[in-house]
Design a protein around this ligand. Sequence first.
Ligand code: NCD
Ligand code: ZN
Length: 346
Amino acid sequence: MTDTLTLRTPDDWHLHLRDGAMLRAVTPETARHFARAIIMPNLVPPVVTAADAAAYRDRIMAALPEGARFQPLMTLYLTEQTDPEDLARAHESGLITAVKLYPAGATTNSASGVRDFDKVRPVLERMAEIGCPLCVHGEVTDSDIDIFDREAVFIDRVLDPIRKATPGLRVVMEHITTMQGVEYASDGGPDLGATITTHHLVINRNHILAGGIKPHYYCLPVAKREEHRLALRRAATSGDPTFFLGTDSAPHTDANKLQPCGCAGCFTAPNTLSILAHVFEEEGALDRLEAFTSLNGPRFYRLPVNEDRITLTKGAPVSYAERIVTEDGPVTLFDPGFPLLWQVQT
Ligand code: NCD
Ligand code: ZN
């Protein structure tokens, strides 16, 4: 029986670090286990210009514990006013790694997102020219589309037309949650990648809604039926280079989660690797965990793989604190609902 696993240090290709007190509290949690992360720009106000991204990067660096070697990979929040030249310079200089597309209203702090996709066509064309990836929150927001269908409808109505209209645009389908997402990504060729979160490998919609509502399992895109969770597990554990880890660790204070209109987001940064090792072992795919956490992402983003290694060992159940303390209030960790036996050695 395998009880030790050594991996190239993982990267997180979709992460929310927030700002202020929350940033200071959660950044060390990711820096402990990950070498790099794609940093989501949905702050209030959002990170829209190169100057915003440079200032945010400095705040992240200041929140790192001494000696940490974590590298934030910055993104710009695409708006209908984004200046293609500002974006191109920021990419060329290495300040930003990607650009994030939120359909307006799709999720937390997405009000400045895109309403009319024709308005961003010149920016997307420029991105295709310079090879800057577009990270896509793939859900339509039309009120007449059922929330469980929003990803599948987005692929047909928005994503596929954008990709056909913009040849060469490199796209990451972020936090896919459906078998339609898996299929579209698998067939998309080398310019299309997809991230999968930790929590979508663990929960389906019953976990949120059956036997009482569980706000800590509510995130966007919302978890779907079991058949979709199983499709995601097959994709993540397949070794297919299209699929890589983006935790979408999205901390909110308990006060903001536990209220009549609670925020979407699961906080998974501290225990993600323990959970993933459990999932990959259940699928008989421990030998493919490194591809998912540490190889496929850099390959898509055309970055070198990390040279450092981390080791996980399997033993007695690991106890994680139920919540972390921040100056804004407590933030509850994602509870996978099973004992975690794998632990990252420090
Ligand atoms: C994210 C957040 O809280 O910023 N929430 C979430 O449920 N994942 C936004 C997002 O990535 O959609
Ligand atoms: Zn997110």
